[in-house]
Design a protein around this ligand. Structure first.
Ligand SMILES: N[C@@H](CCC(=O)N[C@@H](CS)C(=O)NCC(=O)O)C(=O)O
Length: 250
């Protein structure tokens, strides 16, 4: 977990900077951290990236577990405030900065929170499990692949329909909800295959539009600041799929 500093400050402003609470962003180049990276860049926030190489098991280091007992990326510290779970971080930062949120009327908030939670509890987990069973699980897996592929497809279909009704998830305004969708939309071809976009044209439109934003390009560039392990070897499988130990012990 080596710290990587961003934004070199001119010496004249350094003492001022040191007094400010610094954001530390615990990052791995995967969908949930990507949402937070995009928001930090859209906010123009000052932050330090702390790489957590989950394929090397760094998510289980005591220092990281003290911040995220769930041993997953992303996590964030803001001075002595610690946060984990991408949706909690997105809501914390947008509320703190009062930016990228839709109007606070009950009618709009009701839709905003419903779709935020739909992305958090539906899009992320079903997409993640579809990827796991299609790309990483041992045979036999037909039943599990079918279930998670079906549910992931159904969830993405609902996002596509919502986006067919307006430019963004909340209509005319780009909000943090679009950033939450973007994190996983980048993975759609990996989830469903290369021709997935033919059935999700509105998701593709949003993805392309956000990809063209400087903040998205800066968020993507974080991946190249550190050499993350790419191989899914025994070490990586042991770190990421600890449940497999029970199969060999049985
Ligand atoms: N609900 C959590 C899920 C976090 C999560 O699953 N993160 C993945 C990366 S997208 C991770 O750290 N995987 C490593 C592991 O499972 O060991 C969130 O939204 O932040």
């Amino acid at each position: 977990m080596a710290a990587v500093s961003r934004h070199v400050e001119p010496v004249a402003t350094m003492s001022l900077q040191l007094e400010k609470p610094m954001l530390k962003f615990y990052f791995h180049p995967s969908p949930n951290p990507a949402k937070v990276a995009l928001l930090l860049e859209e906010l123009g926030a000052e932050y330090e990236v702390v790489p957590v190489d989950t394929r090397k098991g760094e998510q289980f280091s005591p220092a990281f577990l003290a911040i995220n007992p769930n041993a997953k990326t992303p996590a964030l510290t803001d001075g002595d405030a610690t946060l984990f779970d991408s949706t909690a971080i997105l809501l914390y930062l947008t509320q703190k900065h009062d930016r990228f949120l839709p109007p606070a009327t009950p009618k709009v908030q009701a839709q905003f929170l419903s779709w935020m939670m739909f992305v958090a509890s539906g899009i992320g987990p079903y997409s993640g499990q579809a990827v796991h069973f299609k790309h990483f699980a041992p045979e036999p897996k037909e039943y599990a692949v079918n279930r998670y592929d079906y549910e992931a497809e159904r969830h993405w279909g609902l996002i596509d329909k919502r986006l067919s009704e307006g430019q963004y998830m909340m209509g005319d305004t780009y909000t943090v909800l679009d950033m939450a969708v973007w994190g996983w939309a980048r993975a759609v071809p990996f989830i469903f295959g290369a021709d997935a976009w033919t059935s999700l044209p509105n998701v593709k439109r949003l993805l392309d539009e956000i990809n063209a934003r400087p903040a998205a390009q800066a968020a993507e560039a974080l991946a190249s600041r550190h050499t993350f392990k790419k191989d899914m070897d025994d070490e990586a499988r042991a770190a990421m799929f600890p449940q497999n130990k029970r199969l060999t012990q049985a």
